[in-house]
Write a protein that binds this ligand. Structure first.
Ligand code: ATP
Length: 136
């Protein structure tokens, strides 16, 4: 079965949206096969976000991801990588389509980093790499 990594980022956890995000995943028909609440360390986040090393938002992104607990979920289903990206919506919650997690629940809070509630792996290969990082 295809798998993806979903993270409820610290803003989503602070705003009590864990259940809302998991409910949308489950209502869509995907299955949660791994779930944990973690306080991520810098080393893990540097691996997770290695493609963004050197970008101006890299350090704010790490600070944000270390600002509180994160929920990590392994989610399964045919086409789930693309399917969850579609549920999540565009990166910027200001313009993410209504009906998506970011479009319905997110907004611009004026922070240095885009706070957008969730992360979802962007390809089957990234999913495999990221699941190894978060679930071993
Ligand atoms: P994710 O990988 O978290 O699902 P994404 O694939 O839509 O989101 P990426 O381009 O991989 O976005 O960027 C990772 C995260 O870095 C984004 O989700 C967002 O929190 C933050 N980010 C991306 N671009 C910017 C930017 N230009 N300014 C500030 N923060 C950004």
């Amino acid at each position: 079965q295809e798998q993806t990594l979903v993270l409820v980022k610290p803003d989503g956890v602070r705003r009590n949206l864990i259940g809302e995000v998991l409910a949308r995943i489950e209502r869509k028909g995907y299955v949660v096969t791994g779930l944990k609440l973690v306080e991520a360390e810098r080393e893990l986040l540097e691996k997770h976000y290695e493609e963004h090393v050197g970008k101006p938002f890299f350090e704010p992104l790490l600070e944000f991801m270390m600002s509180g607990p994160i929920v990590a979920a392994r989610v399964e289903g045919h086409g789930v990588v693309e399917g969850f990206r579609s549920l999540a919506g565009a990166t910027n919650p200001t313009t993410a389509a209504p009906g998506t997690i970011r479009g319905d629940l997110g907004r611009d809070w004026g922070a240095k980093v885009i706070e957008n509630i969730v992360h979802g792996s962007d390809s089957v290969d990234s999913a495999e790499r990221e699941l190894a990082i978060w679930f071993g």
